[in-house]
Design a protein around this ligand. Structure first.
Ligand code: MN
Length: 329
């Protein structure tokens, strides 16, 4: 209702030049998180902003969990037993703490702050994630990327990359996927993507040139950040549709603000997401679940995890329906 009124006022009052200028400021949709227990000894909670009813994907980004700062002495930290993935890549990005990663490719890696760990599930992989004994505070994001149809059965892979921090006026950037502000990640992606950590000084305002073919999401970790005029609170994800050439971010807090900027060309395929699987149909999910439960070679085995693998939950009685973003308003 209020939107309709604002638009009609603009039509009546705005000169042509003003209208054009206003059209360039993207309208920001604010996505709020819901709390989900991750598992582990005392079930560390995570704040999930993707997927949700209002939005399934931003580019190929289809899953966004934000956690911490978590006092590991109280929560027990992270302990996720071997579990499978298919049709997706996982991106682990930490702000503090350390996670020990083991997968069925044979990778044994430590996920550390400022270091990208990108695991490609492809046709099938399994992995475990455990915060290390030395970790006192665990804080970061766990993100998934949907693989496009032609690559969704690609081979397992694991990549590690440490982006060089880039200092621009009022902010420090770490571009872990894609390119921003002249910094480019060498990590290959299956669809055009952007992933970057941006830490803003107190009161800083920056304007970034972005790809107008991309849609963008800005996740606020801490601080109060205005994204193209819309104020975002910690744990919120601001969404900007394609068609914008610049994004202005303003830190309105008296301390630094940390954000993660995600982007990509809209992912037009319908996907079916259930548990840790992405497929294209209910049958894809049923098959993947069955193969995990039967310890099929599809997912391989994780060596060195002290415990049992995670059993898949029961399938819902109903057919799992594909998800797509709601039609553009
Ligand atoms: Mn996983």
């Amino acid at each position: 209702m209020s939107n309709v009124e604002a638009e009609s006022a603009e039509v009546r009052c705005g000169a042509a030049v003003d209208d054009r200028r206003e059209a360039k400021v993207p309208e920001i949709e604010v996505l709020t998180p819901r709390e989900v227990p991750l598992g582990g000894p005392r079930a560390m909670p995570v704040r999930r902003t993707l997927p949700q009813r209002a939005r399934t994907l931003i580019g190929a980004w289809c899953f966004a969990d934000h956690y911490g700062p978590d006092d590991v002495a109280k929560t027990g930290g992270m302990d996720v037993a071997p579990h499978p993935h298919t049709g997706l890549q996982t991106v682990s990005w930490l702000f503090s703490g350390e996670i020990e990663h083991r997968d069925s490719l044979g990778s044994h890696a430590f996920v550390r702050p400022g270091e990208l760990n990108l695991m490609t599930g492809g046709y099938g992989i399994s992995h475990s994630e455990v915060s290390t004994p030395g970790t006192t505070v665990l804080h970061g994001v766990q993100l998934w990327l949907a693989l496009p149809g032609e690559h969704r059965h690609t081979a397992r892979d694991f990549q590690h990359h440490v982006p060089e921090p880039l200092r621009i006026d009022g902010a420090e950037l770490r571009v872990f996927l894609g390119s921003l502000a002249g910094q480019a990640s060498p990590v290959r992606t299956f669809t055009p993507l952007l992933g970057a950590e941006i830490v803003l000084d107190a009161g800083a305002a920056i304007t970034l040139a972005v790809d107008p073919d991309f849609e963008h999401g800005l996740l606020v970790d801490h601080g109060e950040v205005r994204m193209a005029g819309t104020l975002l609170h910690p744990a919120e994800l601001g969404y900007a549709a394609p068609g914008t050439e610049t994004l202005t971010l303003v830190n309105e807090s008296a301390d630094t603000a940390r954000t993660v900027l995600l982007g990509g060309t809209p992912f037009e395929e319908e996907i079916v997401m259930w548990w840790n699987f992405i497929g294209r149909s209910h049958d894809d999910i049923v098959r993947a679940r069955e193969e995990w439960q039967n310890a099929s070679d599809r997912f391989g085995a994780v060596e060195g995890y002290p415990g049992d693998r995670l059993p898949a939950p029961a399938l819902p009685n109903a057919v799992i329906t594909p998800r797509k973003n709601p039609a553009r308003r």
